[in-house]
Ligand binder design. Sequence first.
Ligand code: F6P
Length: 342
Amino acid sequence: MRVGVLTGGGDCPGLNAVIRGIVRKGVQEYGYDFVGYRDGWRGPLDGDVMRLDIPAVRGILPRGGTILGSSRTNPFQHDQGIARIKENLAKQEVEALITIGGEDTLGVAARLSDEYGVPCVGVPKTIDNDLSATDYTFGFDTAVGIATEAIDRLHTTAESHMRVLVVEVMGRHTGWIAIHSGLAGGANAILIPEQRFDVDQVCAWVTSRFKASYAPIVVVAEGAMPKDGDMVLKDGSLDSFGHVRLSGVGEWLAKEIERRTGKEARTTVLGHVQRGGTPSAFDRWLATRFGLHAIDCVRDGDFGTMVALRGTDIVRVPIADATVRLKTVDLTLYEEVGVFFG
Ligand code: F6P
């Protein structure tokens, strides 16, 4: 049997570990051969493939990014997109497709499988950890580690100058990276998209921290918004994928803190640093296990299925379960962490 593999959406540390797990087990245990589709859904759309065999996956376990390339191409937005994919799979004798991606990539896989009979298996990925149906996604642990290290470093420079340091982390819709790295890094305020924040309250925390002779660190997720809605986004336009550009909350907040407290403030936007470089040991472990289980789904003919982590077990769920709604930070958890604010 020939199996196609693709990685779609934003890249994420651990993608190569999944690919390696799939190919190693598929070749060695089941005698399958593979084709790698380039750049997410663009690959099957254009029939653009690369060699994917044991030598191709040698040495990629600790490498960030994806050897297959990625894109946010959506075949449903292309003329004859689905027909072209079906035609290319047939021409290239690909009998199953393993799709590694986030909400958008998996949304396409679910529809292709359920509505058009294309045999897809899903593997969830995102540094944001906001996919339902799985306890964790790989990439998240690495991103939290990078953000935590940054916060640790910012503490010492903040203390030396007795300044406020605002750290903007990724998380357009959810505050998982913010809450995990903020707690691990000992932040004095953590602001998440799930709950609009009160700037006066943030300033009160900042002031109380200075009163105790410490310099405050404020962690803010890129999608967090103030309660009074008076935030001026640097750029409120839509990007080419229809996402509202949210860059700017960190900068805006630092200025507001300076204006309202009279204390000097600086902003660090961590951005794509959180997505780059070598995956953590946990992410390699999770990604590899996802890969091994995904190829088992193919062997079982279990299509329309996604692998997911439940506790310490890898389970199978319908792909659509991951995309129906985002997994947001529970406000009880947010309240629990709030004991450290100020
Ligand atoms: O979904 C992952 C993510 O890294 C988000 O946290 C972030 O908002 C977005 O992707 C950035 O996307 P791009 O790489 O297209 O700018």
